[in-house]
Design a protein around this ligand. Structure first.
Ligand SMILES: Cc1ncc(COP(=O)(O)O)c(C=O)c1O
Length: 441
């Protein structure tokens, strides 16, 4: 029986097909009916536990009691828009600004990563009076019309209409299969020079750039770690051209990368605008934009920015609780140590299984790129999908991404333990052993 006593999976699927928009896909060949979450585990309608290796939204663990309690308490007391004075909003803004380096101290509150990037785009355009945007190949910045236009993942993907005239795309700084590769001492400067080329290309078309948007680690593009020094050099080119540097931390912020609280800090840069989403509310829909006073004031045209739900007392209480849990449970340091342990295990898989072409990532944001052959780097797309399916059958949830859908993504809730890491690596070892003969065919 279904845990909520109402519908079985077949019935849910039937109603979904009948009443829910068709452009929304479902994970796995046989969809899961998940009814409960706790920590790093999800449970289906029959009570079967799945180890969640992919949900970077429920950052401090599914249904963390501290977060649930903060939401419930505030929900029972008051929830309004932010045109009244409320302590939670300013307390959270103060705490959030306190985690940021440099002059990043002015916060705007929204309800999703898309809303955060949409506002960042607007701030950059208002502050500079320009429209041009440089983005990185394979990037995804959100689901609004304005963000589809700056997301090559979408405009160059299925159903996409190609690159709009005001957007230019810099090559993905991918040291594994990109133009410049691991071991090239000039890799960061070369990829950053390609950003400068796109700025020149924008100018050649009679435009100037408002902004350079870049994720601090590339998620949808395939869990790519930016080469050391890339953002520093790229930001230099962008600032020289009068553009604003936007760091999209929607996937990778809040201590996930382990060594630093924000992933852009691993690049030694201070962006002009930082956008936040997913983990900020542990599943509650919150997002934020943090910028400098200089950008905020330059962008202040007189038009009000009002967001009915953004920063409401419940959302602020939730976000405060998430920060408390990260601090009190030491989750950033935990991510560093469990992530390093897991990465070592995955690297040893690469020694045993030739299909594992590359293991990369920081903290608990890791990727395994599967290839059929080391020389040609032919993507093992079908095999990657098969690994994900077979791991699911073993009770471990993963997903794939990257331009060839051959990168297995690992980005679990940060409460993921060393034992979980060992279970994941042992499962992958078995499954890769099973599918390898097919890969060699
Ligand atoms: C890097 C990045 N930015 C922005 C977004 C959009 O966030 P949301 O789905 O919360 O609107 C996503 C979502 O996957 C993302 O990965």
């Amino acid at each position: 029986m279904h845990a909520d006593g109402e519908m079985n999976p077949e019935e849910i699927l039937r109603l979904r097909e009948r009443y829910v928009g068709p452009s929304l896909s479902i994970s796995y060949r046989e969809p899961l009916d998940i009814v409960r979450g706790e920590g790093q585990y999800l449970f289906d309608e029959e009570g079967r536990a799945y180890l969640d290796c992919v949900n970077n939204v429920c950052h401090v663990g599914h249904c963390h009691p501290r977060v649930v309690e903060a939401a419930a308490r505030q929900m029972a007391l008051l929830n309004t828009n932010t045109r009244y004075l409320h302590g939670h909003l300013v307390e959270y803004a103060r705490r959030l600004a306190g985690t940021m380096p440099g002059d990043l101290e002015v916060c705007f509150f929204v309800c999703s990563g898309s809303e955060a990037n949409e506002l960042a785009l607007r701030l950059a355009r208002s502050a500079t009076g320009r429209r041009g945007v440089i983005v990185v190949e394979g990037a995804y910045h959100g689901n609004t019309s304005g963000l589809i236009e700056i997301s090559p993942y979408k405009f160059d993907g299925p159903g996409g209409e190609g690159r709009p005239a005001h957007v230019r795309v810099a090559p993905m700084p991918d040291g594994y299969r990109g133009t410049y590769r691991y071991g090239d001492p000039g890799i960061a400067a070369r990829y950053a020079a390609a950003v400068a080329d796109e700025i020149a290309g924008t100018r050649a078309e009679g435009r100037e750039i408002a902004a350079f948007f870049c994720e601090s680690m590339l998620g949808c593009a395939g869990q790519i770690v930016l080469p050391d020094g890339y953002l520093d050099e790229a930001y230099g080119h962008v600032r020289e051209a009068g553009g604003v540097c936007v760091a999209d931390e929607v996937q990778v912020g809040f201590g996930r990368v382990g060594s630093r609280f924000w992933a852009f800090e691993t690049q030694g840069v201070v962006p002009d605008i930082v956008t936040l989403g997913k983990p900020i509310g542990n599943g509650h829909p919150i997002g934020a934009v943090v910028t400098t006073r200089r950008v905020a004031e330059a962008a202040h045209t007189g038009m009000e920015y009002f967001n009915t739900f953004g920063g409401n007392p419940v959302s602020s209480a939730v976000a405060l609780a998430v920060l408390d849990v990260i601090e009190e449970e030491g989750l950033q340091a935990h991510s560093a140590s469990v992530g390093a342990h897991l990465k070592t295990n995955l690297e040893s898989l690469a020694e045993r299984h030739p299909i594992v072409g590359d293991v990369r990532g920081l903290g608990l944001f890791l990727g395994i790129e599967l290839v059929r052959e080391a020389e040609s780097l032919t993507p093992a797309t079908r095999e990657a999908a098969e690994v994900v399916e077979r791991m699911k059958d073993r009770g471990v949830l993963l997903s794939t991404d990257g331009p060839f859908e051959n990168v297995i993504k690992i980005k679990p809730p940060l409460v993921f333990s060393r034992e979980n890491a060992d279970q994941l690596a042992a499962g992958l070892d078995e499954v890769l052993g099973e599918i390898e003969p097919r890969a060699k065919m």
